[in-house]
Design a protein. Structure first.
Lengths: 338, 106
């Protein structure tokens, strides 16, 4: 069981920056994220894309923004609990008790939801029985590549994951790469390598094709694919891998009794509290009149929520507004006091 | 201004007037038409405003750009009439446009 002043849900830019704001007011935070790395959408969706509207940073990438934010919260030595999704919450006295998918338990008077549009989950095949074959040949990620040794593997997708795995697995498996159009959107170099492997007979590429159905008893034994002009083909295969990127889902948060408005959580703009005391929502996930889904708005929202968290975490202390330029207390917390 | 007809996957049809310079996605969201999620808010970053353009109209809308084509790779059941609603700007030329929504967005 981990006791803290604030549990932050979501390690995107807003979730990371609020740790700094909480640290400055003297509060300790723990951060939980469903992804395996820090950065949220910035890292998962656009690590290399330039961002031009972060104040005082004329241009940065999703990756450099994340690294800079991590640098900024270094003084506060924060624990990040990655690969963990929050599940249920319950009220225990003045605290919230939060349980995660990895069975961690947090006790905290405050929860800040900075979960963007929700937690990332793989997009899945749309065919009817794909779900039935999950874990029986249908996969959306590779945990142990050795299971594919000398097996027939069909890989669907046109991005880097599909290309990279097709190239890697083709070294020791019978791989067919399938995509809905002829162009791959992954790195040009990877696409060239894949085409070269195709020429050498080490990898089969079938485009434009989409999955039509999956056949098999318990385990996948074959798939039917559909190409141009309704052309149907059947391929024998042991595994079907789909790499269609990630989709964001709100997940168990929808069952917490929070007011919801079309996948967002309404808050008041005084302290970004939801309809439940001690539960705040900041960043893309919160909504209020005039809400802008910009990173810079999330920073502001976090600054205000952090002050509200102070009141609940330190009910007997008075919050004092201070500047980092002049306050010895703040400089001490930042570790820069001379 | 353009009259646009949005047809849900179950066949339910909604015809609304959409102002010029809004997108096809915004026209649906502003009129509370179900079937278009628009998770990313119109940034061509999520493929949850995926629509099938009526074949009669497909060639009449501005051509698809590569970023949108890339995003369609991850859309739910794309076909050759697939577009992202957020990337189609409404103008008088689109008066009468008909789009259908997929059975779900992701």
């Amino acid at each position: 069981m981990i006791k803290t002043d604030v549990l932050v849900i979501g390690a995107g830019p807003v979730g990371v920056f609020v740790v700094q704001q909480l640290g400055l007011v003297g509060l300790k935070a723990e951060v939980v994220d469903n992804l395996d790395k820090i950065g949220g959408q910035c890292i998962e969706l656009y690590p290399d894309k330039p961002i031009y509207d972060i104040p005082a940073l004329p241009v940065c990438t999703g990756e450099s923004l994340t690294n800079n934010l991590l640098e900024q919260i270094k003084p506060f030595k924060t624990n990040f609990h990655l690969n963990e999704r929050v599940q249920g919450i319950s009220k225990e006295g003045n605290n919230w008790k939060i349980e995660t998918s990895g069975k961690k338990i947090f006790i905290s008077p405050n929860i800040i939801i900075a979960a963007g549009v929700g937690s990332f989950e793989p997009r899945k095949f749309s065919v009817q029985n794909a779900e039935k074959f999950e874990k029986h040949g249908v996969l959306y990620s590779v945990k142990d590549k050795n299971i594919f040794k000398n097996k027939k593997v069909c890989i669907f997708g046109g991005g880097d994951s599909a290309l990279d795995w097709a190239i890697e697995l083709s070294k020791f498996a019978d791989v067919t790469l399938l995509h809905r159009r002829n162009e791959f959107r992954g790195a040009e170099h990877s696409a060239t390598v894949a085409r070269q492997l195709e020429k050498e007979g080490k990898l089969k590429i079938k485009t434009p094709f989409q999955l039509e159905s999956i056949e098999g008893d318990k385990e996948v034994s074959s798939i039917t694919i559909k190409g141009e002009e309704e052309k149907i083909e059947k391929l024998e295969t042991d595994y079907v891998l789909g790499f269609f990127g990630l989709i964001m889902k709100l997940g168990p948060i929808v069952d917490w009794g929070l007011n919801l408005d079309n996948k967002t959580i309404p808050v008041n703009t005084e302290n970004f509290q939801t309809n439940k005391e001690g539960i705040f929502a900041i960043g893309d996930i919160c909504s209020y009149p005039g809400k802008l889904k910009l990173i810079l708005s999330g920073f502001h929202e976090g600054a205000l929520a952090a002050r509200a968290c102070f009141k609940l975490a330190r009910p007997n202390e008075k919050y004092r507004f201070e500047f980092t330029t002049t306050s010895k207390t703040l400089q001490g917390r930042l570790g820069v006091k001379k | 201004m353009a009259k646009i007809t949005y047809i849900e996957h179950n066949g339910k049809s909604h015809t609304v007037e959409v102002k010029n310079d809004l997108t096809v996605m915004e026209g649906a969201v502003e009129n509370n038409i179900p079937g278009i999620d628009a998770d990313c808010g119109g940034a061509c970053a999520c493929a949850t405003c995926h629509v099938y353009i009526d074949p009669e109209w497909f060639d009449k809308i501005p051509e698809i750009e590569s970023a949108e084509e890339d995003m369609l790779d991850v859309a739910f059941e794309p076909n050759k009439f697939s577009r992202l609603g957020c990337q189609i700007t409404v103008s008088d030329d689109l008066d009468g446009l008909v789009v259908k929504m997929p059975s779900k967005q992701a």
